[in-house]
Design a protein around this ligand. Structure first.
Ligand SMILES: [Zn+2]
Length: 703
């Protein structure tokens, strides 16, 4: 995506949970979620707020997107036409109108590119996302608009001043003050980067692999999974790489060959096609960065972030490595010793088997079988529970809306209220479909403009459930991902109440956006929260306290190696955007970093980078997850462990961190809530909790 539009927004923000290794899912029997009757398709109204109102007709989508691009052009023309003094009213407001119209066009085209019902619609949406992003790039290089904004006297209020200053900074970083030839080359490269990024992700959406297993190889999987995966006449069972299918098999199957085959299938998605696409993408990024005076893309992409530069980032990452490396080695040694009790010939655990052995280890050492909690997490109850949790924590009322036409009948819709004031609308598109985006993300649909337009956003996920007769039993780590994405959604809605579209929440520094999401993950650790919705899907019984305690203790194991893995992805994303792309050996660089941060055996033939979609969305800045995990745990430590939802911290957090959106620098939001600079203390306690029996659960402290 275009990283440097002065709009301060990426065309396709994807805040993605990265719990790349944990999971299970799927079952049969029970009722599926009722699907509200949809309103009939409206004739394509080019002025309407939603791109999907014309149904699945690609031509209708095109008319809709073009209408918003024309409105953006008209707003830009108003800025350029100003005679005499530039003011906030005659310059910043129409500029922001253009930002808003371009965001509508690119966000909604981009969502339909990932979730559109037909291949034709997704093709059209892909082309239109490209077109809308090209229009944003053109605005980022528009000299008359830049001169108009630069001529504005400093606005009196701090928020508007910050918006203007940040916009001007983004213009300069985009290269607006370069000569005509340079700007033309920048434009061409930006457009190419958008095109290649979309092609990279699309190849992943469209590439579902299947492993054919013998029925006997499914030994170890839960009964509901076996019911949902009956063998054919020859005794064969097909397992796809979609998360609800593949993840339980990788975690629970006792058969090492099946685990290996599934691992290789999942790590072959996008390969080999994406090799050429990725090289072209990295080449275009490197050329653009150098054209604008930066040594590498990583330097360029961090210039407007909290970190500021790769050098500063390196110091920070060293501290995280220092906090996690030794505990991760202890975790790995314990795991290998355990596995060798079962298989004495084992000298190293294969990456394909790591999840399986971790599950076995947790069963033996913590008496916790993660299959035992799944019946308490049927999808629809979890949806209710996550919404109830967020409502109470943030003092909101989130009400279902029926009769809303969306892009697919399975999508559910809610309005978010503060008292009687409607703050925005959210959509949940939660189960896999053919051709749909295969990951978990939050995407804005509209940006909030106070008094004029409410923020709307959607989750695009691939959780179990959604088909008749399947209650969608979720693994506990699925619930954590749900909370993560809901944290993004709340940030978008609560932080979307400002006077300008460009002040929307996701326009804050990009390396802060994974803090509100990872903060909400921690609320999974509260028994009171879980007991409110974790009821057995058949008996209705509440998740037993004892089971919860064992789950919490088991969950502390593996944190350090999980963070080392995040450092590995961080290093891959940095190396790919720092080393010369022409000679970059993706497999070798990936493997080198894998071996730097993991004691597991690398699986030859794995090409995980080919489906690493964050290389498009976050480019070199995957470190965002690691940095923001530290911040999220620092935030969470401010909550009263005895009363997580009821204490005053929730409202204070909403007001200090979420509500400002992008009206202040992220560093200021941190200081306002914490009352000091952030530090690694809470993070270190979180990592070490597994070695400290007394501190291993919040609940034992809270009792
Ligand atoms: Zn995220």
């Amino acid at each position: 995506m275009m990283r440097r539009a002065p709009l301060g927004m990426m065309g396709n923000f994807t805040g993605r949970a990265v719990a790349l290794c944990s999971f299970l899912a799927c079952l049969a029997a029970g009722a599926s979620a009722p699907v509200p009757a949809a309103a009939p398709a409206q004739p394509a109204d080019s002025g309407a707020l939603h791109a999907w109102q014309g149904g699945d007709d690609p031509a209708s989508l095109e008319r809709w997107v073009h209408a918003h691009l024309h409105r953006a052009d008209a707003a830009i023309a108003r800025v350029v036409a100003v005679k005499g003094a530039h003011t906030v009213t005659n310059t910043l407001r129409p500029y922001d109108d253009a930002v808003n119209q371009l965001a509508l066009a690119s966000n909604q085209a981009s969502v339909l590119y990932g979730v559109g019902a037909t291949g034709e619609l997704r093709d059209k949406a892909q082309a239109l996302t490209q077109e809308a992003n090209a229009a944003s790039t053109a605005l980022s290089l528009n000299q008359p608009v830049y001169r108009g904004l630069a001529a504005l006297p400093a606005p009196a209020d701090a928020a508007t001043r910050h918006y203007l200053e940040r916009t001007l900074l983004e213009y300069r970083l985009a290269g607006v003050d370069r000569d005509d030839a340079t700007r033309a080359r920048v434009k061409a490269l930006q457009d190419k980067i958008t095109e290649l990024g979309l092609a990279f992700e699309r190849a992943i959406h469209d590439d579902v692999r299947t492993v054919v297993a013998e029925k006997a190889q499914l030994d170890g999987l839960p009964p509901d999974y076996l019911t949902a995966h009956p063998a054919d006449a020859d005794g064969h069972v097909k397992i796809s790489t979609d998360p609800p299918d593949a993840w339980p098999a990788q975690r629970f199957a006792n058969n090492a060959q099946l685990r290996h085959d599934l691992f290789l299938a999942a790590d072959s998605v996008g390969y080999p096609a994406n090799g050429e696409t990725l090289r072209a993408l990295l080449t275009a990024r490197a050329e653009l960065a150098q054209l604008l005076g930066y040594a590498t893309w990583a330097d360029f992409a961090m210039a407007d972030q909290m970190t500021g530069s790769p050098a500063r980032l390196r110091d920070y990452l060293q501290k995280v490595d220092d906090a996690t490396r030794a505990p991760a080695e202890r975790e790995a040694a314990a795991l290998l010793a355990f596995a060798r009790e079962r298989e004495p010939s084992l000298t190293q655990i294969s990456d394909a088997d790591a999840r399986y052995w971790q599950e076995q280890y947790r069963r033996a050492k913590y008496s916790f079988d993660s299959q035992s909690v799944r019946p308490y997490f049927p999808y629809t109850a979890v949806e209710r529970g996550v919404i109830a949790t967020a409502s109470r924590l943030f003092h909101l009322d989130i009400r279902p809306v029926s009769g809303v036409r969306t892009w697919h009948p399975s999508v559910t819709t809610y309005d978010v209220y503060d008292g009687n004031v409607r703050l925005g609308r959210i959509y949940l598109d939660m189960h896999p479909r053919e051709g749909k985006d295969k990951w978990f993300s939050t995407q804005p649909l509209t940006l909030g403009v106070h008094g004029r337009q409410l923020p709307e956003g959607t989750l695009v996920c691939n959780f179990p459930g959604g088909t008749a007769g399947d209650p969608g039993l979720m693994q506990y780590s699925d619930v954590v991902i749900f909370l993560h994405e809901f944290g993004h959604l709340m940030h978008h809605v609560i932080g979307g109440q400002n006077p300008y579209a460009g002040e929307a929440a996701f326009n804050v520094e990009g390396d802060f956006v994974e803090a509100p999401s990872q903060m909400l993950e921690e609320f999974f650790r509260d028994y009171g929260v879980l007991a409110s919705f974790a009821h057995h899907y058949q008996s209705g019984g509440v998740l037993p306290r004892d089971l919860y305690e064992r789950m919490s203790r088991a969950d502390t194991y593996g944190r350090a190696s999980g963070q080392q893995r995040q450092l590995m992805y961080t290093a891959v994303s940095l190396d790919f955007h720092t080393l010369p792309p022409a000679t970059l050996n993706f497999d070798a660089v990936f493997r080198r970093n894998f071996e730097r941060f993991s004691t597991d055996a690398f699986v030859p033939g794995a090409h995980m980078w080919a489906s690493f979609t964050h290389l498009n969305g976050y480019s070199s800045n995957y470190y965002t997850y690691v940095l923001d995990k530290v911040i999220a745990l620092d935030f969470f430590a401010q909550f009263d462990p005895h009363d997580l939802l009821g204490g005053p911290a929730g409202l204070r957090y909403r007001q200090a961190v979420l509500a400002p959106g992008a009206t202040q620098p992220a560093a200021q939001l941190l200081r306002d809530f914490l009352g000091r600079e952030p530090n690694l203390d809470a993070y270190r306690r979180w990592i070490l909790a597994q070695f400290d029996a007394a501190a291993s659960t919040i609940s034992s402290a809270a009792r």
